[in-house]
Design a binder for this molecule. Sequence first.
Ligand SMILES: Cc1ncc(COP(=O)(O)O)c(C=O)c1O
Length: 421
Amino acid sequence: MADARRSPADGGGFAVSSAQKQLAIEGGTPVRSTLLPYGHQQISEEEVQEVARVLRGDWITQGPAATRFERCMAEILGRRHAVAFSSDTAALHGCAHAAGLEPGTEAVVPTLSFLASANAVAYCGAKPVLTDVDASTLNSTADLINSRLSSRTRAVIAVDFAGLPCVAAEIAETSRQHGLTFIQDACHALGAQVEGKPAGALADLAAYSFHPVKAITSGEGGLAATDDAEAAHRLRRFATHGVEREPSRMENFDGPWRYEMQALGYNYRITDFQCALGISQAGKLETFIRQRQAIARQYDAWIEDEPGIRRAQPQPPPDADHAYHLYIVRIDMNELQATRRRVFEALRAENIGVQVHYLPIHLHPYYRHTYGYQPGDFPDAESYYSECLSLPIYPAMTEGDLQDVITAFKKILSAYRNRPS
Ligand SMILES: Cc1ncc(COP(=O)(O)O)c(C=O)c1O
């Protein structure tokens, strides 16, 4: 750790050398000597031992730990069924399949998300019909969804962007009125509650991720949750080659050896040693979310008085909480003599691992070339994209790490606020 951590670059109360004041991108001393990532897992030695115990046992592919993990997550999510997958991408694909998406059908998806939210629709041969997001919350709304419905629409996918829960009650109502399946990609909001219910609880199908930057991890991993037994059965079959093993569901049961492929499926199984980690992490979910929220409160307090940046999303409504998968700010270009790219590069040079989440889906070449989307199609998502920066946030971040982010930001903002153009 560079000494600069205890020497705020704005000069407040400390003697600051000119090398510390000078931006690292221009040859000065970086605020940190090593890169602070924007997200990182927190895995204890006991969890390492738990994984090792499973690895020494008989089951290392999907087995009893996967079943325990599914039960534990179903309880946390308040759902009747939870089906574990190898990733959230796979779980979303399973949800799209369970919703009956196929060639000739459509699903409405917000353009502001990670690609997997829309790709799940495309994997089924259906069309991802993208929508803009609400300029303030950055989430889908029932009105935005309604404006994109057609006779081909079968499903609606909503995302809890950055961890701020979407207006699920409204979206569920719109979906019900139009006979559509409501799929919630709730992977940013795992651990958030809305009106006393876990995020995703109002959707027909909700999908979650256990990637290391998410609220809890199993290395890679995902899960789909539902109250519908038939949908859960379709999800399970889909995750293992479309194969049916239950005699009463077979077309021709001719002996106990038989399994039948009844739908095109995949190998989307998670392993038991991943689930051993997942079970233990699930027990820490609440603590991890509180830690993320505490970091967000500290960022909030600093940003309030900092010209040139603002929170990208409002505070959650009183009956909901924000899971802070991401803490995102928007840069005010009118205040600074620098582009967002310059601010990003200057922060990286100070060893602050900021990120940009996300290039809107409609701007990716595949989506432009395949579906004809163009720049300008979704102005609110594009305006957000041009100004956003995600700051490091994860439970294992120390107070010193957090102060490094603030120190580096202040150093850069003050340099670019004062510099003549
Ligand atoms: C909104 C969203 N959906 C889906 C995914 C895919 O998750 P996974 O990496 O578990 O496949 C991500 C991953 O970052 C995501 O942010």
